[in-house]
Ligand binder design. Structure first.
Ligand code: CDP
Length: 238
């Protein structure tokens, strides 16, 4: 479904949305969840919680400590002993990510961390710690969370659940543009391969796999602009 901007008067739909909803946005890599979630949070004056950033931050920490991802006991201990925080940022970076007080917002987006994060995310005891933190942050409502298991595990009673996806080729093209804008020069075929691999790992893991919740609304965004997706979701909230 394509909803044009002028079908929704600006501010109209936003004004009808209650202040304390929990909005869950799940989907595969590069579907545009974080871009969309940030815009929704801005429009509704909600808190944006980037759960992927928490898994990335934990991955960064484990790499930093030189721990092998196969040694799950050590990985779990390292995460338990650390403090991962999301703090409000500024215009350019809406949220800042800190590990034990050190800012890692940009570092956690490297291709190396991206390749490793699904390994860490498959460890149940790591997920437990991060999920507890996410639930705590979401408790009061007025929140948008994006991730893989928000509607299924983290907030099964979320008021609005979205499963946002697009074809792998479109997602790889979007990721290419995003990385190019950040000054990187990645290869399209490698990005596509990495996206497909990460989707497979996230979908096939035993604990909290990437799956659409039964009561989620599916949005296929291949032919939709970011603003169209945002308007569509805000309409579902009102
Ligand atoms: O932004 P992108 O789609 O690249 O991924 P992300 O949201 O930053 O998440 C990175 C990785 O963290 C995912 O590929 C998952 O392995 C893991 N993750 C997860 O398991 N559960 C979540 N709620 C969020 C992320």
């Amino acid at each position: 479904m394509v909803i044009s901007e002028n079908q929704i008067r600006k501010g109209d739909a936003e004004a009808r949305v209650p202040k304390t909803l929990q909005i869950a946005i799940d989907g595969p890599a590069g579907a545009g969840k974080s871009t969309v979630a940030k815009k929704i949070a801005d429009a509704l004056e909600y808190l944006y919680i980037d759960t992927g950033a928490m898994y990335r931050a934990a991955t960064w920490l484990v790499v930093q400590k030189g721990i092998s991802f196969d040694d799950s006991d050590q990985v779990v201990k390292a995460v338990a002993d650390s403090k991962i925080e999301l703090r409000p940022g500024h215009d350019e970076e809406k949220i800042l990510v800190f590990v034990n007080g050190e800012e890692v917002t940009k570092l956690i987006r490297s291709q190396n961390i991206t390749k490793l994060v699904s390994k860490l995310a498959a460890i149940g005891a790591v997920r437990e710690q991060l999920v507890n933190q996410q639930r705590h942050l979401a408790l009061a409502g007025g929140v948008v969370l994006d991730g893989r298991d928000i509607g299924t595990v983290v907030l099964p009673d979320a008021n609005v659940k979205i499963f946002l996806t697009a074809s792998p080729a479109v997602r790889a093209k979007r990721r290419l543009k995003e990385l190019q804008a950040a000054g990187e020069n990645p290869d399209y075929d490698t990005l596509l391969k990495d996206i497909i691999e990460r989707d497979q790992m996230d979908t096939n893991r035993e604990i909290a796999p990437l799956r659409m919740a039964d009561d989620a609304v599916l949005i296929l965004s291949d032919k939709m602009s970011v603003d169209e997706v945002v308007a569509h979701i805000i309409k579902l909230c009102s």
